[in-house]
Design a protein around this ligand. Structure first.
Ligand code: PLP
Length: 385
């Protein structure tokens, strides 16, 4: 077949698909085989075995993901946390130092603050909006800088261009968690990031029915991370790989719908008298709206907000809504709503949460693909006095 046209919508359907198609099957079959016939491989990591991340289901996903973000290589993992932890444990070893954004997904924050010190790996948090302050945190053994495209749950937009420039100037590996934006709205390797990580559980799969992760970026780094993953064992099962592959085919249609719905809902909430403040990068009132507009192709389906009545009002809202389901996680076709202080960020010390601006009453919304008018009507009902 001639080269596949490079538009994202077409890559989602055609990139990485086995050619010729297996037995003519339009969808890649599930290769539910732990091991494969020995083919004379000289290298352990090239043996065909599910844990070595090289079944046909893995390979198809690797090629599709790399094509989507215009990157050299990609790797799928058993969860987003497997992608994050395997990456950090590949790049950092005893005595090394990491610079990380101060407001991170709770699991990443816990891993950096509680697990990495046990491996002799130190860290400093940085304000992702204040590049001038980063140099003071550098140490001789600083190896990497880690940020999120849109922070969870406050939807801050890091100064991503400065992160890439800073990493290059100081010989650091630049890593970004691109989960919230998805390749539809942002492709970090195009900006110069070395590695882009995903919780594939969220937008990539999009159906709230599996857990998966991805590492996308420079070929040499992805290969090192694959070898570590082969040993740490956080490999994606072929059945989950098949579902992720299927889910990804509709990524662009879902995310573009979610971009539009989230903006409508954010505007509705911002104008509502019961709402104190809304965090959504698509609102002109967001402090980094201009940056988000220049970096991203869409503002995403995630937003968070505080109600005037704090925790009590938030709990009342969650109890009254009929369409949005009160559950952690995000990025799927069902609208989910949660209070991060009790779910995604429950592991973070309350003082740390407050310092970062994550109030106990903060509500995080992951907009699904329901009709936005219905979601807004549900909010209007649930917020009425
Ligand atoms: N990164 C972000 C931004 C997340 O929100 C999450 C989970 O909520 C993760 C990573 C971890 O992903 P997983 O639950 O697939 O391990």
């Amino acid at each position: 077949m001639d080269a596949i046209p490079s538009r994202l919508d077409t890559l989602l359907i055609h990139a990485g698909e086995p050619m010729p198609r297996i037995e003519g099957a339009v969808s890649i079959p599930i290769f539910q085989s732990a091991t494969f016939q020995y083919g004379g491989q000289a290298d352990y990591h090239a043996l065909r075995y599910i844990r070595l991340n090289n079944t046909p289901n893995h390979i198809a996903l690797h090629q599709k993901l790399a094509a989507l973000e215009n990157a050299e290589a990609a790797l799928v993992t058993a969860s987003g946390m497997a992608a994050i932890t395997t990456t950090l444990l590949t790049l950092l070893s005893v005595g090394d130092h990491l610079l990380a954004q101060d407001c991170l997904y709770g699991g990443t924050h816990d891993f950096v603050t509680r697990a990495l010190p046990g491996f002799g790996i130190e860290h400093d948090f940085i304000d992702p909006d204040d590049p001038a302050s980063w140099e003071t945190k550098l140490r001789p053994r600083t190896r990497a800088i880690y940020v999120e495209t849109l922070s969870n749950p406050l939807l801050q937009v890091a100064d991503l261009e400065s992160v890439v420039a800073f990493a290059r100037a100081h010989g650091l590996v630049s890593i970004v968690d691109n989960t919230f934006t998805s390749p539809v709205n942002f492709r970090p390797p195009e900006l110069g990031f070395d590695l882009s990580l995903h919780s594939g559980t969220k937008y990539l799969n999009g159906h709230n029915d599996l857990v998966a992760g991805a590492v996308i970026g420079r070929g040499d780094l992805v290969e090192q991370i694959k070898r570590q993953l082969d040993l740490l064992g956080g490999s994606l099962d072929p059945h989950a790989a098949f579902l992720l592959h299927r889910g990804m085919k509709t990524l662009a249609v879902r995310v573009r719908h979610q971009n539009q719905s989230a903006l409508q809902i954010a505007r509705f909430l911002e104008a509502h008298p019961a709402v104190e403040r809304v965090h959504y990068p698509g609102l002109e009132t967001h402090p980094r709206h201009a940056r988000a507009r220049s970096l991203f192709d869409g503002f995403g389906g995630m937003l968070s907000f505080d109600l005037k009545g704090g925790v009590e009002a938030a709990e009342r809202l969650l109890g009254r809504l009929t369409l949005a389901i009160s559950a952690p996680s995000l990025g799927g076709v069902e609208t989910l709503i949660t209070r991060p202080a009790t779910t995604s960020h429950a592991g973070m010390a309350p003082d740390d949460r407050r310092r970062l601006g994550i109030t106990d009453g903060l509500v995080r919304l992951s907009v699904g693909i329901e009709a936005p008018e219905d979601l807004i009507a549900d909010f209007a009902r649930a917020l009425a006095p």
